[in-house]
Design a protein around this ligand. Structure first.
Ligand code: NAG
Ligand code: NAG
Ligand code: NAG
Ligand code: NAG
Length: 300
């Protein structure tokens, strides 16, 4: 009963109306983030099922490269602006974020949209114009709750190097999962964790997080792959809606700066007590020293 009621968080977004595809726009939204490159979101007709978060300046210096985060929303919701503070803040540190769902989209969206985002960015990265600074050789896939389940599917995508699982874990095809996850979703068994060969980081919400047991089991069952797990004890919804995404935002930025930009200072968050000082508990890791090898490749 508790599990079933709690699972409803995974599908917290309703699927009533047909999807809306707003006209392209790139006006300033929200705070712009806390990083050095004030960011915004926009839409691009060539990627109509997504929202793109990117530094606002049309001309970045050539030495600023923008690695890629493909992001799936909580509830597998088709609303690309439902994590706006968190994703804008990430982009402001010099990333492009391809979030599933157009701004204010309704209904659900699934893993094929993650694959589409990766294909799209590979075609455009480095070409003259808005995506000139984008570096598609460095891609992470992540998501929250139901979106975390979509992120796991990118284990098979050779273009994706890192997985981030926020308030999520593999549920298996239980009756509860069948009844509570959106129809049309592929429900994967916990055993697929053994197929993961990419480094994975988990951010959970402590004992009040419905996903804590599944996420923790996944962490322990993943072997021979660099991994980190931590809990910020605020429950399943995290701090994504706080200014700049709150503590989950800080953690995500440190993760991406380290693994996608090779930033050693950011790595200290995970290796030298930074997360614990910020209030993360029940942290654990394995093999993180190997990530320096990953993250220094191809870095200028
Ligand atoms: C999309 O998410 C934003 C932020 O939570 C919210 O303000 C907006 O109402 C949502 N749009 C829809 C159509 O649900
Ligand atoms: C999304 O909906 C919210 C209200 O729920 C509105 O304030 C906002 O302007 C809308 N954004 C877009 C891009 O349509
Ligand atoms: C879950 O298992 C049922 C049988 O119990 C099967 O009919 C269904 O297709 C499975 N659903 C998914 C999403 O794999
Ligand atoms: C899928 C899988 O390997 N599951 C195992 C995860 O770890 C727990 C306990 O450590 C086992 O009970 C599961 O069988």
């Amino acid at each position: 009963m508790l599990f079933r009621r709690s699972l409803a968080y995974l599908v917290a977004f309703s699927a009533t109306a047909t999807a809306v595809f707003p006209a392209p726009h790139s006006s300033h939204h929200g705070s712009g983030g806390s990083g050095p490159f004030p960011a915004t979101y926009l839409t691009d007709p060539s990627l109509p099922r997504h929202t793109i978060y990117i530094p606002e300046s049309p001309e970045l210096p050539p030495w600023v490269s923008l690695p890629v985060l493909v992001w799936a929303e909580g509830g597998c919701g088709n609303n690309g602006t439902s994590f706006e503070p968190f994703l804008t803040n990430i982009a402001s540190y010099g990333f492009i974020v391809l979030a599933l769902g157009p701004p204010n989209g309704t209904g659900y969206i699934f893993q094929d949209a993650m694959d589409d985002a990766v294909t799209w960015v590979q075609e455009r990265a480095g070409k003259l114009g808005r995506y000139e600074n984008v570096d598609s050789s460095r891609i992470a896939a992540a998501g929250q709750s139901c979106g975390g389940l979509l992120a796991y599917t990118q284990r098979h995508n050779d273009a994706v190097s890192f997985l981030g699982i926020f308030n999520s874990g593999l549920l298996g095809n239980t009756t509860d999962a069948q009844e509570n996850l959106p129809k049309g979703m592929i429900i994967e068994e916990p055993s697929v964790i053994h197929e993961v060969k990419k480094p994975v980081f988990w951010w959970l919400g402590g004992s009040e997080d419905v996903a804590q047991s599944a996420g923790t089991a996944d962490y322990h069952n993943l072997t021979r792959v660099p991994k980190w797990i931590g809990n910020y004890p605020v429950g399943h919804s995290g701090t994504y809606q706080e200014p700049d995404g709150g503590e989950f935002g800080v953690a995500a930025v440190n993760w991406l700066r380290w693994v996608l930009k090779g930033d050693k200072q950011a790595s200290k968050f995970f290796r030298s007590g930074g997360a614990e000082r910020a209030g993360w508990v029940e942290t654990e890791s394995w093999g993180l020293e190997r990530l320096d090898l990953y993250s220094e490749q191809d870095i200028d």
